[in-house]
Design a protein around this ligand. Structure first.
Ligand code: ZN
Ligand code: ZN
Length: 341
């Protein structure tokens, strides 16, 4: 079969012929219709510090997908041939302490699809039943493939009070964009979007952001102090930028909630006394999605029309155009890119 493979320990990836995955008990083989590209895939493609310390080439990339079940392994009961499925990226063990207390997303033996195991940028993907998400028949394959990052946004936005709260979102990549739409759907107060790309801020506007700040031209702190004189009730940090993390602490009002999802490249220095302790902030790390509580909630919101993922899908490309896709992501000139496999 054809797959996009991380072959060399340097920038790039290659489409090549690879052996089809072998069906295992408790698994299904599914034919991939649509795969969308995640920031994680871009890290692997660009071969940044994280990727070079984690990924062992050759590796079939990709984890966001919509695929049709083709072969059913022994013992699988929850899906049938022909079902359109997606999958949780975080492959949990089911028996460690975190799994046993219900924190599957924080499994101590976690493996990531397309990072530690072969992924879904391929004609066929092998999926264990415990990570299958069976899609509602009304969902298109394009939208189904983008539910995984929507789940990150759902996990972030709904990890605290949101209705009636003012919100600042740092970073308007796909997860930030989904978060903006969710905040508005949940009846938040004003939503302020901060990014370095006018293209992405325009998308943020389309998703319902009330105020747009391009941090390459304007200091977010001074603008937000005008827009929200008492400070923000909720700050969602989706960029991983050190400067944005420091700004997030400054623009939060006392006793605010800050949800951190973006991954910084290095350790970040912050003023804990002035910016966290004296302000009585609640800072929470957001990793992945709660399995499967977040998926259930995201699915309901999607089917009820609370968020329209078609708006963040800015490009639908052929699989063969993957290098163009990764260039667009590097340059911040896209929302979500989906590829027809
Ligand atoms: Zn993803
Ligand atoms: Zn576990």
């Amino acid at each position: 079969m054809i797959a996009l493979v991380k072959q060399e320990r340097s920038r790039g990836a290659t489409i090549k012929d690879v052996p089809e995955p072998q069906l295992l008990p408790g698994h299904v083989l599914a034919r991939v219709k649509v795969a969308s590209i995640c920031g994680t895939d871009a890290h692997i493609y660009e071969w940044n510090n994280w990727a070079s310390s984690r990924v062992e080439p050759p590796r079939v990339m990709g984890h966001e997908f919509a695929a049709v079940v083709e072969e059913i392994g022994e013992g699988v009961e929850s899906v049938r041939k022909g079902d359109l499925i997606s999958g949780e990226t975080h492959i949990y063990c089911g028996h460690c302490h975190q799994c046993r207390i219900g924190n599957f997303h924080l499994c101590e033996n976690m493996r990531l699809r397309g990072v530690d195991t072969d992924g879904s940028f391929a004609e066929l993907v092998l999926i264990s039943e415990k990570t299958i998400w069976k899609n509602h028949p009304s969902l298109s394959a394009d939208v189904a493939s983008v539910q995984e990052p929507l789940g990150n946004a759902v996990h972030s936005v709904f990890s605290g009070e949101i209705s009636g709260r003012s919100v600042v979102v740092f970073g308007c990549g796909p997860i930030g964009l989904c978060s903006i739409a969710l905040c508005k759907a949940a009846g938040s107060d004003r939503v302020i979007a901060v990014d370095l790309s006018d293209y992405r801020l325009e998308l943020a506007h389309k998703m319902g952001a009330d105020v747009l700040i391009n941090a390459s031209r304007e200091d977010p702190k001074s603008r937000i102090s005008v827009e929200l004189p008492q400070g923000a009730d909720v700050v969602l940090e989706m960029s991983g930028s050190e400067r944005a993390i420091r700004d997030a602490l400054k623009v939060a009002r006392p006793a605010a909630r800050i949800s951190l999802l973006g991954l910084p490249e290095r350790e970040v220095t912050i003023n804990l006394s002035d910016d966290v302790i004296f302000k009585g902030l609640t800072i929470q790390g957001i990793f992945g999605r709660k399995i499967f509580a977040t998926w259930e909630l995201a699915s309901t919101l999607l089917l009820r029309g609370a968020v329209d993922l078609r708006r963040i899908i800015t490009h639908k490309l052929k699989f063969q155009d993957y290098s163009y896709a990764f260039d667009l992501i590097r340059d911040g000139k896209c929302g979500k890119i989906v590829m027809e496999i």
